[in-house]
Write a protein that binds this ligand. Structure first.
Ligand code: UDX
Length: 496
């Protein structure tokens, strides 16, 4: 198929917020680079985007080289999908319900568009990779998580061989792990991704899942990462000898903005869209953003607010929620907390009423802070009132905090988040890691550490420097811009 038509790339994300957002940013950048883009969503995700994401209608409107296609995920409409962290269920369902339709999209002309010459497949979505391989369309594999987590995953065979996984019974979780090149003296047992921590044997379902993800990563024509060279230079140079060509094109949420504003200089008619983008209406959220918190932030002093958000998948128990809340209140600092309606495992919407300290919680929150279901996170982090970010260390959130120069308190929930939080605290030194602890005393202590005194100033200064490096990387002549240009060249080469 390569070489037979104009370049046309199909981009297929795993159907979850943390995957769709960066892949949409990449799609927009590639479209603005003159490439023809088909973005493939599940019907469920696309409906939610249409409801809540202004960026979606803008994208659909603005280019004649950009279109969305949709595919069923095979799950009943009222299925909670990822809120219960069942990634495997979505994978399995899509394998059977979407396979034929996806194959057709790769092999036939649809609505008069030329055939697909290249696929950008989410590395965690087996269907996207398997069918592209089967029909022989060149595939670029996109991993939405961090380089450090990809590399730990890729080291799985060594970790299994050396007996690091499964963990021995009653082992020391703080013992350093050997077998991950470049991470000696950094990674402890407790920092390994949760799938590794929970594995009982090499035959575990999750271990097989990681092996498949690893196989996809090295079988593609290139490996795309939402990161930038200066963040992990040593690690990336180790990784380069193992993977196919690595393209580090991130941070994508920053890159897409820089790209759009440069593009605007040449095309003045785009000005209104750039204004939209800058005014914050470019959200790719699957939830309705509650912008009232921006007005609340406007009334707060500079760097006085702790922003708390655990992303799109993490859940907490009522007890954990209460410990966080008590710790925040006891710290004496104000907070803005994004609490998704489906975030509290036992109670859902009713959680405020069901909590033992309900009255105190509501009263205290009104005095001390603001709670919303879903915040405009990028804008919140960029607001001068925000002094620190209590995060679950999802990769998008980590990059967003880093770019905003806001130090982080990490409470990783699962998967790659456990290693992201370790790198945030011990390698990049832009935050502190409270993994595996969730009590009010630790929360209060960590908030004070990141918000007060010399330690806070040091963290702020490192975070600001890291944000600056990220900005440089996406500017003209920066490393991410250069990688993006070579990615575009490769995709162009798949056409005639
Ligand atoms: C998932 C995995 O948990 C993560 O580890 C992996 O790296 C990507 O997929 P998720 O839980 O969605 O991520 O977290 P994250 O990667 O941080 O993405 C969440 C996104 O939702 C961010 O872009 C963030 O800005 C956005 N968000 C979150 C909001 O816009 N508002 C909110 O209130 C909360």
């Amino acid at each position: 198929m390569a070489g037979s038509a104009a370049p046309h790339v199909l981009i297929f994300p795993f159907p979850a917020q943390g995957h769709v957002t960066p892949m949409l940013s990449l799609a927009e950048i590639l479209s603005l680079s003159g490439l023809r883009i088909t973005f493939l969503n599940t019907e469920h995700i696309h409906r939610r985007l249409l409801r809540h994401s202004p960026a979606l209608s803008r994208l659909a409107r603005r280019r004649n080289n950009f279109r969305f296609l949709t595919i069923p995920d095979g799950l009943p409409e009222d299925d909670p999908r990822l809120s219960d962290v069942e990634f495997a269920k979505v994978q399995d369902s899509m394998k059977t319900s979407s396979r034929d339709q996806y194959k057709e999209m790769l092999t036939q002309e649809i609505d008069g568009w030329p055939p697909v010459t290249c696929v950008v497949a989410d590395g965690t979505l087996h269907l996207a990779n398997e069918v592209a391989d089967e029909v022989g369309v060149p595939t670029l594999v996109f991993r939405t998580s961090s380089p450090c987590s990809c590399w730990v995953y890729q080291s799985l065979p060594t970790l299994l061989h050396d007996g690091v996984i499964p963990f021995p019974e009653e082992c020391d979780m703080d013992e350093m792990v050997r077998g991950v090149e470049g991470m000696e003296g950094i990674v402890r047992r407790r920092d390994l991704p949760s799938f590794m921590r929970l594995a009982k044997s090499a035959d575990d379902h999750d271990i097989k899942l990681i092996s498949t993800i690893n196989a996809h990563a090295i079988s593609g024509k290139g490996f795309i990462l939402n990161s930038f060279e200066a963040l992990d230079p040593t690690l990336l140079s180790i990784m380069r000898s193992y993977y196919p060509t690595i393209y580090t094109v991130g941070p994508l949420h920053l890159h897409v903005k820089s790209f759009i504003s440069n593009y605007n200089e040449e095309e003045e008619e785009e000005e209104e869209e750039v204004d939209n983008y800058k005014s914050g209406s470019n959200s790719t959220s699957l939830w309705q953003e509650d912008r009232t918190c921006m007005t609340w932030l406007d009334d707060q002093r500079d760097k006085s607010v702790v922003y708390v958000s655990f992303g799109s998948v993490a859940v907490v128990s009522r007890e954990q929620l209460n410990e966080f809340w008590q710790g925040l209140v006891n710290s004496g600092h104000r907070f803005l907390w994004a609490v998704r309606r489906d975030m509290v495992v036992s109670q859902g919407e009713e959680m405020m009423n069901d909590m033992a300290a309900a009255e105190e919680l509501e009263k205290g929150t009104k005095e001390r802070g603001c709670m919303v279901d879903w915040a405009p996170q990028e804008e919140v982090l960029a607001h001068p009132a925000v002094g620190c970010f209590l995060t679950h260390s999802g990769w998008n959130s980590t990059l967003e905090g880093l770019v905003a120069g806001v130090p982080m308190i990490c409470w990783p929930f699962f998967a790659d988040q456990l290693i992201n939080s370790r790198f945030t605290s011990e390698v990049w030194r832009i935050g502190v890691d409270m993994k595996d602890r969730c009590d009010r005393i630790t929360v209060e202590r960590m908030v004070r550490e990141v918000m007060e005194g010399e330690g806070a100033l040091r963290l702020r200064s490192s975070a600001a420097k890291m944000g600056e490096l990220a900005r440089k990387s996406v500017e003209e002549g920066g490393t991410s811009r250069a990688d993006l240009e070579s990615l575009v060249r490769y995709i162009k080469s798949t056409g005639s």
